[in-house]
Design a protein around this ligand. Structure first.
Ligand code: SF4
Ligand SMILES: [Zn+2]
Length: 286
């Protein structure tokens, strides 16, 4: 067996072990992969299909010019080749405008929220709402070890430990019939390994970052962790392994019995009377 075959099998084994050890789902479950058309979601979609999971894909197009046009084309081609059912949602159909347009009106109205924050809220909202009609057991996301180590560090540095209680291979703290659980089978896979796997498999994906990426703090944290890894390649794994040791305590500490509220405007789960999505859309309507 070649070094290449060894790497591919070891990589796939790591993903399958994560699914089994953390009880993310089984071959009897219908799973829905949230796809951007990028390397992470394409990789997990491919592996789940290869190992006979009952998988469908869903993509939310935020209409970020050529970037999302190319990504959409790539994921459509990939799903066609792999015979995977693809569900498509677009910001234009659901909100009547693109992310860039929403962002420009928010800016004009003096609302300071970066593109990634707006995009994240709106995408998660659509993903959860539209997925319910497909009735999957869970939504699979392409978050990898680098993403998760960054998120935990960012929460520590911002003194927002409670947010880390929602992290882990199975996301979230609260259960509600309107929330579809989210799981991360690439949780222990390093970004470099995903890039290597994706290139070995010749996936047609864009490796350049999204042109609207504006989360400067995440970028700084990522660069910092990368620089530390030059001397110790296990830094991110160490962060994640230690995080997982304290995660049960965090879940206990931040567990809440409070009932989930529902947005008075749209009826979706919400922390306040009106959900973040409805607030954003209202602010971007003027
Ligand atoms: S990088 Fe930011 S703006 Fe671009 S797709 Fe991701 S969340 Fe949206
Ligand atoms: Zn709402």
């Amino acid at each position: 067996m070649s070094i290449r075959d060894d790497f591919e099998l070891e990589f796939e084994r790591k993903v399958l072990d994560t699914i089994n050890i953390y009880n993310l789902f089984t071959n009897n479950d219908k799973v829905l992969v949230a796809c951007s058309g990028g390397k992470d979601s394409t990789t997990i979609l491919y592996i789940l299909k290869k190992y006979d999971f009952n998988v469908e894909a869903i993509t939310v197009d935020a209409l970020i010019g050529n970037y999302t046009k190319e990504n959409l084309k790539n994921i459509e081609n990939f799903c066609r080749q792999q015979r995977i059912k693809l569900h498509k949602i677009s910001f234009r159909d659901k909100f009547g405008r693109s992310l860039c347009f929403i962002q420009s009106i928010l800016k004009k109205n003096g609302v300071s929220m970066n593109s990634c924050a707006v995009c994240g809220v709106l995408r998660r909202y659509l993903l959860n709402k539209e997925s319910r009609r497909i009735k999957p057991s869970c939504i699979v996301t392409g978050h990898n070890l680098d993403d998760e180590a960054q998120s935990f560090m960012m929460n520590l540095l911002r003194n927002k430990l409670s947010l880390s209680a929602r992290l882990g291979p199975k996301s979230g703290l609260v259960q509600d019939e309107k929330f579809i659980p989210r799981v991360k089978p690439l949780y222990f896979c390093k970004e470099d390994d995903i890039i290597r796997y994706s290139k070995l498999k010749r996936f047609n994906v864009i490796y350049a970052p999204c042109p609207c990426r504006t989360d400067a703090f995440r970028k700084k944290t990522a660069d910092f962790l990368d620089s530390l890894e030059k001397n110790n390649p296990r830094i991110k794994e160490n962060i994640i392994m230690n995080f997982l040791r304290v995660l049960p305590k965090l879940k206990q500490r931040y567990h809440t019995d409070k009932k989930i509220r529902y947005c008075k405007s749209c009826g979706e789960p919400s922390r306040g009377e009106i959900c973040n999505t409805c607030n954003i859309i209202k602010l971007a309507a003027k």
